[in-house]
Design a protein around this ligand. Sequence first.
Ligand code: HEM
Length: 259
Amino acid sequence: MSKTNINENIVESLIGKTTEKKRSKIPARLDFIQSATGLTLSLFIMFHIIFESSILLGKESMYMLTKFFEGAYIIEGGSPLFIVILALVVTIIFVAHSLLAMRKFPSSYREYSRFRTHAKLMNHTDTNLWFMQVITGVMIFFLGAVHLYTVMTQPENIGPYASSDRIYSDGMWILYLMLLVTVVTHTGVGIYRLIMKWGWFDGENPKKNRIKIQKIITAVTAFYLFIGLLSLVSYMKIGHEHQDNYGERYHLSGSMEVK
Ligand code: HEM
């Protein structure tokens, strides 16, 4: 980067305008990246919960899916390295999205209390939803970090018995329950706010469409909460039945493969 470019960047970051006195494009770009990373994570989580719910179809289904993500179609028997790479990519997007969101948080008690008073006076749904995103976002930042760290450091410990032992015997169900509720609501509200912000489905009658979108998102969110909770109960049940054999891996019937 040339010296002139560096100087221009310094001026732009300090006064919010370029050296030619034009409005800085940085805030709009950051806003766009925040939306794009949010949308990517939302899609990831929607697929993730569906894949996790494979346990509802039986241990064998979850085992086969795990093997698929371990790249068993490329390398014989698969390798946990594929899981680590996927988790690393997700972590980078997760951290980028969190840092971008943090720049809009109230930065002092005075700013926070001004916001709360304003929100109470207005009682505006979208303002309240933004506050809900802040609370759930902070919780996901900590809970999600623990989960991603576990996945990256123990990628070989994923499977019908390994996951159930972690959830039941290691007591991780508390973390998963909190993560499930916060991440599903954060995703639902996030997608609603994205649709409103970029006016994706405004159509001829934005007001009517807004109500329709609210109803669809509420129904989809409830569906995800339901299958997420059901899967968690299923892992708990398997973990409870398997507690005396903690650490033993799942055997695919008729083969020597274990997980
Ligand atoms: C590539 C990265 C990820 C992998 C490989 C992964 C894998 C898993 C696995 C195997 C489980 C089952 C429990 C266990 O074995 O410990 C699980 C559960 C869960 N994960 Fe992830 N995860 C990833 C990223 C995330 C992220 C970023 C979030 C949200 C911030 C998340 C939220 C959840 C939730 C809420 C559950 C419980 C699901 C339920 O109750 O049905 N995961 N994940």
